[in-house]
Design a protein around this ligand. Structure first.
Ligand code: GLN
Length: 382
């Protein structure tokens, strides 16, 4: 028989799987795929066990359990000063990746354009392409990966349906500043352009900066899907649980897709998160210091190396230039690091349509201090 042509001819296996497998095979320290090598809070682990034992093991409501949606709404109000309705504006999803897919699928029509800012997380493009739309790539400005508002404005056309933003930014660690939010409000005012705010690292932001969620701004929120991730916030990336906050009209369409992608998200995880959010509403506030210490330790240890870069402003990633060490391309360099040096990293080029102008790799510093020390010893010897 003849199999159909690939719907994603340009897409291979995601770099996160490729690098984690390579790291495991070669027993390298995995600073590639972004996940902590420490456990989530004990209170959360205990709460899951309790809810599993009491029998909270059947389907949850499609939109998420009301207790969790209410906690999310309370947090949004506390942090971003907007009262969102838990029933009509908050949906619990099986991870942010599901939410991003559902948001894109629910609003793009064939031949619409979606503006994506490179380097861009690797799940955006496939979701756009599978839904018959076109990804229009605009580059962030290296080396700080700031938003190029002239280029973004120039990329807008009558076909622009959606623009995807991500702050704190994966992979670069850049964060959107107040001036960016002003520019964005000016850009979209009077248009029908929708936005995704990929806010999965919203609580991991450094040097006293504040995350500027689209939820805070009327002009932006009315056209936004704001997506976050419990996996990042509670150090439990394998739970694959996140959520989307969007105004009722958008949430209605979002849920039409979500209900047939996943229907609902694991029930005991939802109850456990609702309990812990209620008991420890300030958990989020500890994260900037917690991760800033790790960022600083990593960068201090790397000062003795021939890698260079500016400290990440948010997320748990640090991008570094390796041009003083090797002239290899970034994929080949990451392979070399993993197989010969014993530390896995992610090449920057996988996030870019156009090859990047610098030789950069991304390291994840969401690791125990001992892991960072061991990894940096190897990297600093290069
Ligand atoms: N967000 C994680 C990273 O950037 C990986 C997510 C995934 O593996 N799908 O490393």
């Amino acid at each position: 028989m003849k199999y159909p042509e690939s719907k994603l001819p340009e897409i291979g296996t995601t770099i996160f799987t490729v690098m984690s497998q390579m790291a495991a095979e070669h027993k390298a320290i995995n600073l590639a795929q972004g996940f902590p090598d420490f456990n989530g809070p004990q209170i959360l682990l205990d709460a899951v066990a309790t809810h599993v034992a009491r029998g909270a093991n059947q389907y949850a409501p499609m939109t998420g359990i009301v207790e969790l949606r209410e906690q999310i709404a309370a947090k949004v109000q506390r942090l971003y000063s907007r009262k969102v309705c838990a029933d009509t504006e908050v949906t619990v999803t099986s991870g942010a990746t599901e939410a991003i897919y559902a948001a894109i699928a629910s609003v793009v029509q064939p031949n619409d354009e979606v503006i994506v800012l490179d380097p861009a997380f690797d799940c955006y493009d496939p979701a756009i392409v599978l839904n018959g739309a076109k990804a229009v790539h605009v580059q962030l400005q290296a080396p700080a990966f700031t938003l190029d508002w002239e280029a973004i404005t120039a990329a807008v056309s009558p076909q622009t349906r959606l623009i995807i933003f991500n702050s704190p930014h994966n992979p670069s660690g850049a964060v959107m500043r107040e001036a960016d939010l002003e520019k964005l409000q000016q850009l979209v005012a009077g248009t029908d352009i929708l936005l995704i705010g990929d806010d999965v690292y919203e609580h991991i932001i450094f040097d006293g900066a504040e995350h500027l969620s689209f939820v805070k701004y009327d002009e932006l929120y009315q056209r936004s899907f704001v997506i976050s991730s419990f996996g990042k916030t509670y150090h439990v990336t394998g739970w694959k649980i996140g959520y989307c906050v969007a105004p009722p009209q958008l949430t209605r369409e979002f849920r039409k897709v979500h209900q047939f992608l996943n229907f609902c998200t694991a029930t005991p995880l939802q109850y456990a998160l609702a309990d812990v959010m209620k008991k420890q509403p300030n958990h989020y506030l500890e994260l900037p210091d917690f991760y800033q210490q790790k960022r600083d330790l990593f960068n201090k240890l790397m000062l003795n190396s021939r890698f260079s870069g500016v400290p990440s402003a948010g997320s748990y990633f640090q991008v570094l230039d390796y041009s003083k060490i090797s002239s290899l391309g970034d994929m080949a360099f990451c392979e070399y690091l993993t197989k010969e040096v014993g530390v896995a990293a992610i090449p920057m080029s996988v996030f870019c349509k156009k090859p990047p102008s610098m030789q950069l790799v991304r390291f994840c510093f969401a690791k125990n201090d001992a892991t960072l020390v061991e990894a940096c010893e190897k990297l600093a010897a290069l």
